[in-house]
Design a protein around this ligand. Structure first.
Ligand SMILES: [Zn+2]
Length: 728
């Protein structure tokens, strides 16, 4: 529904009756009796609600008078369940909160946090909240006058998600569909696009009529209630009047290089709601994640009890210093439910709400039905994942394997070399190392290509005269070390391929990948070696060998668990020493770097056979194929230098004796680095390098163009990147 100025102009010409509209202006009360009336009655949304969904809505809208005995029983159950180890329900002091809000003239909880398992009704709950908010503002006739805001200002309901694509697909779409479905509002929708919806109020109609009688045909759409989908990267609409903020899957808001953290997004977005005071709406629906980030912080804040001012005590919440001084916020409603929580008692539908439901949308793992047993099997397969994604419980914080600052440094431009970008062609003078990680069925297929260059002296920062490592002849103290430069990162994702008609799933077409790899190798003819992880790659190796051997060695590499662990230790050392630099790829959400995210989300787990570096099973980043390829290339290229560096440190500074195991694993490197024997690798090597870095940072602050040149990976537009980026 695009906007046409002439169409808008005809609106008032056709059947415009100023009398009716003035008449409507007198009616200030919303025409629905209750939130259940609004959600279920055909004059409004006309949707079906399961018994517990009604309970939740009545609670959110403080409609205690409408509550049935059933509602009160369920709320009592929820109240009791919140302090249990597996928290389910609402804050135990919910009745105090309700009373406070009722006494102070609120019509709804202004701040609602839904911590729910997958498909637990949080999207539709949000759609009812959002649609009711738009309808309520519509019912005010001229909401600007009601709140004392200048008349031509638009009001916004913003749906923020990690990507605009996600915002559009999920919470925003739920709201837009509900508004389109709402009999009360549908005739007043001025435009409906996939990322924005506009509703024209009676006040807007009068404004339009006034403009037209003055002989003006407005060239912009006059419709002052708007819902928009935003990504965490886009700037919040500043200075706008926001009547509702939705933060979709807020527990998964993570900082991705150029984007802001969840905390920043929330802090920037909330002031827009100030003008609407008690009537503003904040909704944070999310399946939980680790106990980190602003979503968990708000959850903790919302758990501070009103009467005592103490936070609820539960042995799985770590009480942080300072939090006990938190003041209880009665405006906050927390509802925490497993995936099936909003559908319980579905079989009592006729008795409780006069509707017979054929089935619930989600089943609990308890019970004898095949659906129950399916859930029970899911739980058995991966209890930790099930706990978070289905049972709606926060996961304990798992220690990150790599230091976040060091990972950031990995992507910073070098002082002694032009900034890195993805290379389309290899240079014949350089020798490249490539590794492919063909993921298992349904996983990504990753490629990494890199080479080494000799960095300036690690003591006096003099650039090398030739491309060989060794002692610095100028200062006679430092050494020239090789530095890994990443030339190409690529990820093939199943979702970028067409759906296989036989399995009904999107799968990577290995023939296409093989063609792409042939294409890449023919552009990087001076590659010395391309290796593959053992999984599923025999055919591809044979084909590439036939074409490129013996010039390029193509082969499979097999790693034992122990070798894998040693590789991660070496990679960690290389990163901590600042011996490797990469450009930012664009394979994560909204074109940000997947390598960065995979590295940040690596964690270490203790197993019977020793520590193991693992990826996450749930949450925003659940792959590590690109990090694997990157680790193989980097550690293979630096293998000898890392050993030699360790040896140098050991002999020169007697940091350890002949600690062979530590030396092999690389942990000795870190120890040496920590002891200050070696500070930060090439990057911090002496004053000159520091000055160059300062110059760079200053230049970066001065010129935007400069900046753009230096951050190639970040400047990509929204949306899925093209599958192939090298034209054939
Ligand atoms: Zn030197």
């Amino acid at each position: 529904m695009p906007f046409y100025a002439s169409q808008q102009a005809r609106l008032t010409a056709a059947d415009f009756d100023p009398e009716t509209i003035v008449g409507q202006a007198m009616i200030k009360a919303a025409p629905w009796d209750s939130i259940i009336d609004f959600a279920t009655h055909p004059s409004f949304c006309g949707i079906d609600l399961y018994p517990r969904q009604r309970t939740l809505l009545r609670l959110a809208y403080l409609e205690t008078e409408q509550m049935t005995d059933y509602d009160r029983d369920v709320i009592e159950e929820w109240r009791g369940g919140f302090s249990a180890r597996d928290a389910i329900g609402v804050q135990p002091d919910i009745w105090d909160r309700v009373k406070y809000l009722q006494d102070n003239g609120y019509r709804r909880f202004p701040h609602i946090q839904a911590v729910m398992g997958r498909r637990a009704w949080k999207g539709l709950f949000g759609a009812v909240l959002g649609t009711e908010q738009i309808a309520y503002f519509f019912s005010l006739d001229n909401w600007q006058a009601h709140y004392g805001i200048i008349e031509d200002k638009d009001g916004y309901l913003s749906v923020v998600a990690t990507t605009q694509a996600q915002a559009k697909r999920h919470q925003f779409r739920d709201i837009a569909s509900m508004v389109e479905h709402c009999t009360y509002l549908q005739g007043h929708i001025a435009s409906s696009k996939d990322y924005e919806l506009a509703v024209r109020t009676p006040g807007d109609m009068r404004r339009l009529a006034r403009l037209q009688s003055a002989g003006i045909t407005p060239e912009h759409e006059i419709a002052s209630l708007r819902a928009i989908a935003l990504s965490t990267i886009s700037d919040v609409v500043r200075g706008a009047a926001g009547f509702a903020n939705f933060y979709d899957e807020a527990a998964h808001f993570i900082q991705t290089g150029s984007s802001k953290s969840g905390e920043e997004i929330y802090e920037a977005g909330q002031p827009a709601l100030d003008q609407f005071g008690k009537d503003a709406l904040t909704y944070l629906p999310s399946s939980p994640f680790s106990k980190i980030g602003f979503f968990f912080r708000l959850y903790e804040e919302g758990s501070v009890l009103m009467r005592s001012g103490e936070r609820i005590t539960r042995d799985d919440i770590d009480v942080e210093a300072g939090l006990e001084e938190q003041i209880a916020d009665p405006e906050m409603l927390i509802i925490q439910l497993p995936s099936w929580g909003a559908y319980l008692d579905w079989e009592r539908g006729s008795e409780l709400v006069g509707t017979r439901f054929p089935r619930p949308i989600q089943w609990p793992p308890q019970g004898d039905r095949p659906e129950n047993q399916r859930m029970a099997r899911l739980r058995l397969k991966n209890p930790d994942k099930f706990r978070v994604e289905r049972e709606g419980q926060f996961a304990p914080v798992i220690g990150a394997y790599l230091d976040a600052d060091k990972v950031d440094d990995l992507f910073k431009p070098l002082t002694w070399r032009p900034p890195l970008v993805a290379q389309r062609y290899g240079k014949f003078a350089l020798s490249y190392r490539a590794h492919c990680d063909p993921g298992r069925t349904g996983a990504n297929f990753a490629l990494c290509i890199g080479h080494t260059e000799i960095a300036p002296c690690d003591h006096c920062a003099t650039p090398p005269k030739e491309q060989t490592s060794g002692p610095c002849l100028l200062c006679k103290i430092g050494t020239y070390w090789p530095h890994v430069i990443i030339d190409l990162l690529h990820v093939w994702k199943p979702q970028d391929f067409p759906i296989d008609p036989e399995t009904g799933k999107a799968t990577i077409d290995y023939v296409m990948v093989q063609n792409d790899l042939e294409n890449v190798l023919s552009r990087f003819m001076s590659t010395s070696k391309m290796s593959f992880d053992q999984w599923n790659s025999a055919g591809m190796i044979a084909a590439l060998r036939a074409k490129f051997s013996p010039g390029i060695r193509v082969g499979e590499v097999t790693f034992t668990e122990k070798e894998n662990q040693i590789r991660w230790e070496r990679l960690k050392s290389a990163i901590n020493l600042g011996w490797v630099t990469s450009y930012e790829d664009h394979f994560y959400d909204d074109g940000t770097s997947l390598l960065r995210q995979e590295l940040l989300f690596l964690s270490e787990k203790n197993t019977p056979t020793g520590p193991k570096v693992i990826k996450q099973d749930f949450g925003p980043v659940t792959t590590k194929d690109l990090a694997d390829s990157f680790a193989v290339v980097t550690t293979d290229l630096l293998h000898q230098s890392l050993d030699r560096w360790t040896q140098d440190q050991l002999t020169a500074h007697a940091v350890g004796s002949t600690y062979i195991a530590g030396l092999k694993s690389g942990s000795e490197l870190e120890r040496a680095a920590q002891l200050g024997v070696y500070k930060g690798g090439h990057r911090a090597a002496g004053r000159r390098a520091q000055e160059q870095m300062d110059d760079y940072l200053l230049a970066r602050r001065r010129g935007r163009q400069h900046e753009r040149r230096y951050s190639p990976g970040v400047a990509r537009p929204l949306g899925r990147p093209e599958r192939r980026f090298w034209p054939s």
